[in-house]
Design a binder for this molecule. Structure first.
Ligand code: DHK
Length: 157
């Protein structure tokens, strides 16, 4: 499959600390390692990737707005903003793109405040609990959605 538009892979607060931060929960891979694995998987799937991280809610909102016209879909690990940010939910709904919520940890095995997600309300699906593989599984799912969309688009063109 080939699509001219990249997948936006967006990472929120504290994900720049991967590898150092609570490795028993988040693993030993750094965010650079995650990016390398995502890029390798995207190459196999015929996708390109725009990979970013910010500790600031507004950056994520701006990047989701940008994705509306530049991306074919979004993979979003919003970190703790997952559980608090109506602004990110509004941006996802405005983007009119397939978005997949990603978490390294199984948020449902953790504190109850992590069980609610605003991001879920604006996402096609959620992948959590598989460590770095959560990103790769989510990319697989997004690739299937994008392939179906472009086949449907071709059929009506
Ligand atoms: C990452 C975070 O930073 C937390 O705030 C979320 C998520 C879970 C993860 O598992 O990737 O609650």
């Amino acid at each position: 499959m080939t699509t001219a538009r990249p997948v936006y892979v967006l990472n929120g607060p504290n994900l720049n600390m991967l590898g150092l931060r609570e490795p028993e929960i988040y693993g030993r891979d750094t965010l650079g390692d995650v990016e390398a694995q995502v890029r390798a998987k995207a190459g196999i799937l015929g996708l390109t990737v725009e990979f970013r991280q910010s500790n600031h809610e507004g950056d994520l909102v701006t990047w989701i707005q940008e994705a509306r016209t530049k991306a074919c879909g979004i993979l979003l690990n919003a970190g703790a903003l997952t559980h608090t940010s109506v602004a990110i939910l509004d941006a996802l709904n405005a983007a009119e793109l397939p978005a997949i919520e990603v978490h390294l940890s199984n948020v449902f095995r953790r504190e109850s405040f992590r069980h609610h997600s605003y991001v879920s309300l604006g996402s096609v699906g959620v992948v959590c609990g598989f460590g770095v593989d959560s990103y790769l599984l989510a990319l697989d799912g997004l690739a299937r959605i994008v392939a179906r969309q472009s086949a449907a688009h071709k059929a009506t063109a």
